[in-house]
Ligand binder design. Structure first.
Ligand code: GDP
Ligand code: MG
Ligand code: ZN
Length: 296
């Protein structure tokens, strides 16, 4: 039978298949590639005809396979930002790079729109309107934009990331139309338990949301030469030199720098590119740490 892994606690896998929930064990002999992850589509066999138990026999081909957080088959990365706490633009840039490296579509979710005025909106758009195709202004408080966000997520699997207190949990709650992440346990499903410790996939009405604290510590695994390719607002192969880094004074006829000058590429966004380029080049470990509420 085919099923979807929605939870993994100590190698006991919760597998959803044909409206039933099975508790499964893994495949036995394990190679590194065989680590079963939340989000995996798997083939499993029933162990008992009367109980909902099974053994996973294989992992079906993946769209992507993340190490940290350890999840698979993510379609969308919901990058949540707000006016308060103020956006960490470098973190947003890094999350976009992380998404693109992993074949994930970034969705910029500008939450707490009830606090924004027009210049707040214009400012964040000036940074990302040519970078991220899907940008939504939302408010978990007033429900503004939630229908639009739900339409984007329908038939997809999304994982939310962003600074602490921007409203990730609040957004998940309003999208799922119930309190699943505030410790308000529903006895029947036990949802809401341990949400900061393990990954869990919630699904309802064709929307799948991966809840994971794993983004408090993610890594960008990218060769600095290739960083610019992960900047959708930068032109490709338009500079005089093939190996142009778009960062140095002596690089004449750099198409990127010309576009910055012409205000076609945002100056601050470009400055952050130079900073990240140099960090990667100098081999600074690209472990990005940020605290999420409730994490240590
Ligand atoms: N004004 C306003 N506050 C919000 C909104 N969404 C969340 N909050 C508040 O922001 C705080 C942090 O929210 P939470 O969901 O815990 O953030 P998380 O740490 O990213 O999961 C809480 O006090 C929420 O009530 C919103 O759309 N507007
Ligand atoms: Mg939270
Ligand atoms: Zn260049």
């Amino acid at each position: 039978m085919k099923g979807l892994v929605v939870k993994n606690i100590s190698n006991k896998y919760t597998v959803y298949a044909y409206n039933k929930i099975y508790t499964c064990v893994g495949m036995g002999k394990l190679k590194t590639n065989d680590i079963i992850k939340v989000g995996d589509k798997v083939e499993f066999e029933k162990l008992d005809n009367t109980k909902l138990t099974g053994r996973i026999t294989s992992i079906l081909p993946r769209k992507n396979n993340l190490i940290r957080p350890p999840v698979a088959n993510i379609d969308l990365l919901g990058i949540v930002v707000s006016k308060s706490p103020a956006p960490d633009f470098m973190l947003i840039d890094k999350l976009i790079v992380f998404a693109l490296i992993n074949n994930i579509t970034p969705v910029l979710c500008i939450n707490k729109d009830d606090l924004n005025n027009n210049s707040d909106r214009e400012y964040i758009l000036s940074q990302y309107k040519n970078v991220v195709k899907k940008i939504v202004f939302v408010s978990a408080k007033t429900m503004y934009g939630i229908a639009e966000l739900k339409a984007i997520i329908t038939n997809k699997t999304i994982v939310f990331a962003g600074q602490s207190a921007v409203g990730k949990s609040s957004l998940i709650n309003v999208i799922m139309e119930e309190n699943i992440l505030t410790g308000d346990l529903s006895e029947k499903t036990q949802r809401g338990k341990h949400t900061t410790r393990h990954c869990q996939l919630y699904f309802k009405n064709k929307i799948k949301i991966m809840d994971t604290a794993g983004f408090s510590n993610f890594e960008i695994d990218c060769d600095y030469h290739k960083l610019a390719l992960l900047y959708p607002d930068f032109p490709v192969n338009k500079c005089k030199y093939d190996m142009c880094s778009h960062t140095k004074e002596e690089e004449k006829d750099c198409a990127v720098k010309q576009l910055v000058k012409a205000k076609k590429i945002n100056q601050e966004r470009y400055n952050r590119y130079v900073k990240l380029y140099n960090e990667l080049k100098n081999g600074k470990p690209q472990k990005i740490n940020y605290k999420r509420k409730g994490s240590k």
